[in-house]
Ligand binder design. Structure first.
Ligand SMILES: [Zn+2]
Ligand SMILES: [Zn+2]
Length: 227
């Protein structure tokens, strides 16, 4: 088992020591070494983000109106640190191992259509890339017969960071729209992907839109749960 240093103990230490050292163990080479990647996968225990019950199948028995949800881990753990450096330090190469981790925790489904939750345009300009789309592109390569469809768009450039839970929930219901030209294929499984579950408002709003459009099989997946 690798000697993983929690990012809460030494934030950013390894990136100061070497630009291409593993965020988990400091090993020089890549921002996430295979051992630390496999460690994250082996530690995965699926929880319902609402009631926090163990939910190995993704479908929480307590929260009936939710689709199956798959979450890699907690934002306070290594996975949270990886998302942070990926997004804010633009370590784009992390998209590959992050997609591999998602691929490992997701069930196999027929003809999956992966939908990244759209990032607001200002953030894409600032970072130079859409972080959810980049991971989704790599996830598509790992899944048989998978497709990426950017069928969700943002209605407004609203930022959710710092807003109250109530504001977020209210904003989310009108934040997204589905491409009116898209044809829903009822036999496919739609995989909604975002990096972090905070209130879950955005993902639940996107889920409701897809359902209203006639989608029967929807899965939500995120990398980290914010506590
Ligand atoms: Zn490592
Ligand atoms: Zn639940």
């Amino acid at each position: 088992m690798p000697n993983i240093v929690k990012n809460t103990t030494f934030p950013g230490l390894f990136s100061l020591l070497a630009p291409h050292s593993c965020r988990g163990c400091g090993h020089i080479g890549q921002p996430l070494c295979d051992r630390c990647k496999n460690y994250i996968i082996s530690q995965h225990q699926n929880l319902c983000p609402i009631c926090r019950q163990l939910s190995p199948t993704g479908k929480c028995p307590n929260c009936k109106n939710l689709p199956p949800i798959f979450i890699v881990g907690n934002r306070s753990d290594l996975i949270g640190d990886l998302i942070h450096v990926f997004k804010y330090n633009s370590v784009r190469s992390l998209a590959v191992p992050l997609a591999e981790i998602l691929n490992a925790i997701l069930p196999s489904v027929k003809n999956p259509i992966i939908i990244p939750l759209p990032t607001i345009n200002r953030h894409i300009r600032e970072r130079g890339f859409s972080h959810t789309e980049l991971i989704a592109k790599h996830l598509v390569k790992l899944r048989q017969n998978a497709k990426l469809e950017n069928i969700l768009s943002r209605q407004r450039n609203t930022v959710q960071v710092g807003s109250t839970r109530e504001t977020r929930l209210a904003q989310a219901t009108t934040a997204y729209q589905l491409d009116p030209n898209i044809k829903i294929s009822p036999k496919s499984t739609y995989i909604l992907f975002d990096d972090v579950w905070t209130t879950g408002a955005s993902l639940q709003a996107a889920h409701a839109l897809l359902k209203r459009a006639g989608t029967e099989n929807i899965i939500i997946t995120v990398l980290a749960l914010s506590q």
